[in-house]
Ligand binder design. Structure first.
Ligand code: GCU
Length: 685
């Protein structure tokens, strides 16, 4: 806990000299006007931070608030008029919003952290601590903030045996010795990290619910799930469980899990009631059904609305929700079959049943129609559902983007996704406004993402991957923050403000996604990874498989024809403006060319390069850019924490090997296929 890499962005570094005086005066006494568990977490955080930053333990005062320097409370408990503030100060912020205000009360300066609810107090506290850590002045604060998304969720893909599906940072912090952990210290620190970036929901087990995990909703595990829920509750985070759709059969000895069967319906009602006895504020279920061989309603000839609604009915009396994933496609495709297009699947399955889901069901839609590639189209399902609640699902864990061996900062990618204009309700219908519920006036809305943490001491394996979790949280809180703002904040909090440190790390992070894209699969075509584990190049690894992930390279050309005229017609799933843009070779953006079209290697891009020359250029450049990152990192030796320095240095070493392998395999493969040599005569094997 004393290691800097463990503390992540909650460093609370010691503040020296002049700065110390500026901040010390605020930490003599803390006034606490609201008495809840969440407020206590906020107070504890302040105490911890003050001790660490200023070597000062503030007094805590719950009665005579006027003698204190920082006051925490909801607007109901702090008498705003006494501070010259209007009583409707928080009128226009939502339930989780807050105001931070410096006031002069009888010549005494105080900082008020005023929450709409106690969650707002906690978020205000983290905000204040962020200001101090970034050396901002506290003399004249007037901040009003509230999350733009209602649900800000993280999905753990952790299994009870401690392994993590697509985890690249060690084992689970939730499960040890084939059980839920009793040591909740680390879980609590995770809760702190999450709430400091505004997360308010977590599912704690893998969406693939295997045999043992099916029992997580039974008395075998519920007492311990309850303990986990308590830890998160104190940080304003609600917990959710992934369930096995076949539970009524496996756990209840019923003969069916048919959602329209009365016994099944009753079974779920009883099960849900049992869960709420342990966890009164349980959030609900996350469900992966009829997806990659997991059971689901299709087995009984029912659709996904029937499937979700049986759970929703059971959860409704407790205000619980069903988060139903849309990652449904045929994973037993014949590679010879060119009609079936995996990219079409989610839209084809879910648009016909828009409006049939109960209002406590939320559909969770991956950002792209394939699977978290470094580059792919935006899912056309986002925007197509007018009558159904929806989340977008992002992947913080870097399954296809370097697995936390390679640096790949994803905030720029997520920004692009959230800013994408779907045209669903005319120009300007951006993804961010669909998922925040404002476009279709949804009951429930928000963003979920697959976590990238494990029990590695630095949480994320690659220390720079902490920036992805941080950025995910900040962006989910407020998608209008710029990539630059988020990046700078993270660097300041994690490394301090040395100019060179800030400059070099900013450079690496902001360019890393592009670089990763440069040396991996070109122009949006995706995949080309080793099957199964998905790290490193294997151009034909998935080409003749059942997964529906093909590039169709031959001696003439490459790419997936998804056009209406000659291809799978996938482009028609977009609203007309986008459909036309992507369907036409003239207007399709270069970076997505091979996602939408099959073209000859000599096809000339908007950039002026041919496809084949683009492939060579980007692959050579990618490795050179990476060498530049390494140089910039090595320049920081002595300027940053040694453990972090060495960790990243070692990872860069692995990344360089990986990038060279990608470069050489991709270039060689396409040289051999096309017979066209590199204009610049560089080494191809
Ligand atoms: C990807 C990933 C799987 C995961 C699946 C999902 O296909 O490789 O490990 O289970 O996504 O999102 O359900």
């Amino acid at each position: 806990r004393t290691l800097k890499s463990y503390r992540a962005w909650l460093q609370y570094d010691k503040i020296e000299d002049i700065d110390r005086k500026l901040y010390l005066k605020w930490f003599t006494a803390i006034g606490v006007a609201t008495d809840t568990k969440i407020t206590k977490s906020a107070v504890n955080e302040i105490i911890w931070a003050a001790e660490s930053m200023l070597e000062k333990t503030p007094d805590i005062n719950e009665e005579t608030l006027d003698r204190t320097s920082i006051i925490l409370g909801t607007y109901r408990h702090i008498h705003l008029e006494e501070y010259g503030l209007s009583s409707d100060l928080l009128e226009d912020v939502n339930e989780e919003g807050y105001v931070i205000k410096t006031v002069n009360n009888n010549e005494k300066q105080q900082i008020l952290l005023i929450g709409k609810t106690d969650k707002g107090i906690l978020y205000a506290t983290y905000h204040l601590l962020r200001l101090i850590q970034t050396k901002a002045s506290l003399e004249d604060l007037h901040i009003k903030d509230a999350p733009k998304n209602q649900f800000r969720m993280i999905n753990q893909w952790d299994n009870i045996d401690g392994s993590i599906e697509r985890g690249y940072a060690g084992n689970s912090i939730f499960y040890v010795n084939d059980n839920i952990t009793d040591n909740l210290e680390r879980v609590k620190d995770y809760a702190r990290l999450l709430s400091s970036i505004g997360m308010n929901a977590i599912s704690i087990n893998n969406v693939n619910v295997w045999d043992e995990e099916t029992n997580i909703i039974t008395e075998k595990y519920l007492p311990k799930v309850k303990n986990i829920a308590e830890v998160f509750r104190a940080y304003g985070i609600t917990i959710y469980l992934s369930i096995n759709y076949a539970s009524p059969i496996v756990l209840g000895s019923l003969e069916t899990a048919d959602p329209l069967d009365e016994n099944v319906q009753n079974w779920w009602k009883q099960k849900v009631a049992e869960i709420y006895k342990y966890i009164p504020d349980f959030g609900g279920f996350v469900v992966k059904a009829d997806s990659e061989n997991r059971p689901g309603p299709f087995s009984y000839g029912r659709n996904h609305a029937d499937g979700a609604n049986v759970l929703a009915e059971a959860l409704k009396p407790f205000n619980g929700i069903v988060i139903w994933r849309c990652f449904v496609y045929n994973n037993l495709q014949d590679w010879r079959d060119k009609e079936t297009d995996r990219a079409r699947a989610a839209y084809d399955h879910f648009t016909p049943i828009d409006g049939e889901f109960l209002d406590n069901v939320i559909l969770q839609i991956k950002n792209g129609p394939m699977d978290f590639q470094v580059r792919e189209g935006i899912s056309p399902l986002l925007g197509a559902l007018e009558k159904t609640n929806q989340f977008i699902e992002l992947q913080v864990t870097q399954e296809y983007t370097g697995q936390q061996k390679d640096v790949c900062y994803l905030v720029p990618q997520w920004k692009e996704i959230l800013e994408f204009d779907t045209y669903a309700k005319g120009q300007g219908t951006k993804i961010k406004d669909i998922v925040n519920g404002s476009v279709f006036k949804n009951n429930y809305s928000g963003i979920a993402a697959v976590s990238n943490i494990g029990n590695d001491i630095n949480w994320t394996g690659h220390t720079l991957a902490q920036a992805n979790l941080y950025g995910y949280g900040r962006l989910t809180w407020n998608p209008d923050l710029t990539t630059e703002e988020i990046t700078k904040e993270w660097i300041y909090l994690t490394f301090g403000q040395n100019d060179q440190v800030v400059e070099n790390i900013t450079y690496i992070l902001l360019n890393s996604w592009k670089t990763y894209e440069n040396y991996t699969a070109p122009l949006g075509v995706g995949w080309m990874v080793n099957p199964g584990h998905h790290y490193g190049p294997n151009v034909d690894g998935y080409e003749y498989s059942k997964w529906g992930t093909y590039h169709f390279a031959d001696c003439h050309g490459i790419g997936v024809d998804r056009t209406v005229e000659t291809g799978t017609g996938y482009t028609s799933q977009y609203f007309p403006q986008n459909a036309e843009t992507f369907n036409s070779l003239e207007t399709c953006p270069d970076e997505l060319l091979l996602f939408f079209h099959h073209v000859p290697y000599t096809y000339v891009l908007h950039s002026g390069e041919t496809v084949i020359q683009h492939i060579y250029n980007t692959h050579f450049e990618g490795v050179e850019e990476l060498k530049e990152f390494i140089q910039k990192w090595n320049d920081l030796d002595g300027l940053i924490d040694k453990v972090i320095f060495e960790n990243v240095k070692e990872r860069f070493h692995m990344q360089l090997e990986n990038a060279k392998e990608w470069r050489d395999q991709i270039n060689t493969y396409f040289y051999r296929k096309s017979g066209i040599s590199d204009d610049k005569n560089r080494k191809i094997y």
